[in-house]
Design a protein around this ligand. Structure first.
Ligand code: NAP
Length: 433
């Protein structure tokens, strides 16, 4: 690629306008925006009028433009623009996690076919350089787990629920007023944004190509005040965590769930709109990346870094995918889970392998216990809005641990020794089956 970058910019919103200003402040980059494509022709802009167009072809068919920076808020349109850009051999930078996660395979194929780079560091955790880290530093065998707070607005809401004792709806309203949550916050609070990011992380972390809908994602919209109260009593916080873990059998568990985090792990101190991600490797133990996951300038900084990387022909090599890594997703593992629900509910205690805690108060009850992941997916209550689900700390349980426990129980039975007392769960849990 020539050293001079001529950019066609799509979108002039929060991030688009941000990158316009950032590029003006970094002349040493030798990158200039030639044209900006927007949607609404007559909207007032903080830039010269002649820069703007509503005709995408003016950018995509301009032979002088060698880089397309896609920063629009419409994933379907973004994919059309991105495909055309790659087909026209224009290097592409995007921040659009939804578009990327939903079209991973297609985008990989296009890059291969047209030998054109696509970079998207800003799509996961905004300013935190996690994709390039996974891509360059963590070799296949090194990465054991990813555990991240990857969505700033949900983290802001949870922080307000815990620090200021606000209810979920009060905290959401505050997040919207402060500009941390969209007027339609569904993508964030239902965990969809987080699972889009997890899908991208799985590709760069393990070479796994998947679809967002392949992974369980439960958001924070079901978190009840009593769950927050329970967490406070246990001295833990609830955070929305996107995570993956390479199990002992080599397969990868991956999902998005609210989780109790204790002050022993770094995510405990990721508050407000911040993001944090813990990478667990075989030999280096845990490494922690922390920073701003969204906002005009933090996101622009990641976009700028991608633009700058194009100057030295950087592209993702997808080594883990291309080297036929045998990493595969699995649904064969267990979770230690807290499930809270109204008195009359369909949650069945028999779905759990064993139960460690049960309580009923203020017309709501909860079970804490171990359940097989596949069984959880099959229950009706996993998608019941009245049931809040929170993963326990260290909540992924390997099959060996469950098998070991069963053997131990059999041994005690044969030896005629009473089992360790189990939590007694009354049948009230079984009403309305
Ligand atoms: N905001 C953040 O902090 C953040 C962080 C990480 C990633 N991202 C990602 O960055 C992207 C942009 O987000 P944003 O917050 O900057 O969005 P935004 O403020 O809503 O701006 C969206 C821009 O896209 C333009 N647009 C929409 N459809 C278009 C089309 N078909 N052709 C051309 N332009 C079109 C809009 O044009 P008009 O101005 O004419 O309406 C607007 O300028 C999204 O993919 C988002 O997920 C954002």
């Amino acid at each position: 690629m020539s050293r001079e970058l001529k950019i066609g910019l799509f979108g002039f919103g929060v991030v688009g306008e941000g990158i316009y200003h950032v590029l003006q402040a970094t002349p040493s980059l030798n990158a200039t925006i030639k044209k900006v494509c927007i949607k609404q022709k007559d909207k007032k802009r903080n830039a010269p009028e002649e820069l703007f167009t509503v005709n995408a072809s003016e950018l995509l068919e301009d032979p002088e433009i060698n880089v397309i920076v896609e920063l629009i808020d419409d994933a379907k349109e973004a994919f059309i623009i991105s495909s055309r850009a790659i087909k026209n051999k224009k290097a592409l930078v995007s921040a659009n996690k939804k578009m990327i996660a939903e079209n991973l395979q297609e985008l990989l194929d296009l890059q291969d076919l047209y030998q054109t780079p696509l970079l998207y560091e800003a799509s996961v955790c905004g300013s935190i350089p996690v994709i390039r880290n996974l891509e360059e530093y963590y070799d296949n065998d090194l990465l054991q787990g990813i555990c991240g707070i990857v969505n700033g607005s949900t983290n802001f809401i949870l922080s307000r629920m815990f620090d200021d004792s606000l209810s979920y709806s009060e905290a959401l309203q505050l997040a919207q007023q402060a500009g941390f949550a969209e007027s339609d916050p569904g993508l964030d609070v239902r965990g969809i944004d987080a699972v889009n990011k997890l899908t991208i992380l799985l590709l760069h972390g393990y070479g796994i190509v998947s679809k967002p809908e392949d992974h369980l994602h439960i958001g924070i919209d079901r978190i009840h005040n009593l769950d927050a109260k329970y967490a406070a009593e246990k001295n833990v916080r609830i955070r929305l965590v996107a995570q993956s873990k390479k199990l002992k059998n080599g397969r990868v568990a991956a999902f998005v769930l609210p989780q109790f985090v204790s002050n022993k792990i770094q995510l405990y101190n990721v508050n407000d709109e911040y993001n944090g991600i813990v990478l667990q490797s075989s030999f280096a133990d845990k490494q922690f990346l922390y920073g701003k996951g969204a906002g005009r300038y933090p996101t622009s900084s990641a976009v700028l870094s991608d633009i700058s990387a194009l100057r030295y022909d950087y592209r993702y090599e997808y080594r883990k995918l291309k080297n036929n890594s045998e990493n595969e997703l699995t649904d064969d593992f267990y979770l230690e889970l807290y499930a809270a629900f109204p008195i009359r509910s369909k949650v069945d205690k028999n779905d759990f392998e064993w139960i460690t805690e049960y309580n009923c108060r203020d017309q709501r009850q909860y079970i804490k216990g171990v359940i097989h992941y596949r069984k959880l997916l099959e229950t009706k209550w996993v998608n019941d809005a009245s049931v809040s689900l929170v993963l326990c700390p260290e909540g992924i349980i390997e099959n060996e641990e469950v098998a070991f426990r069963e053997v131990k129980e059999k041994f005690w039975k044969l030896a005629g020794v009473a089992e360790k007392k189990k939590e007694v769960v009354p049948d009230i849990v079984l009403v309305e089956r």
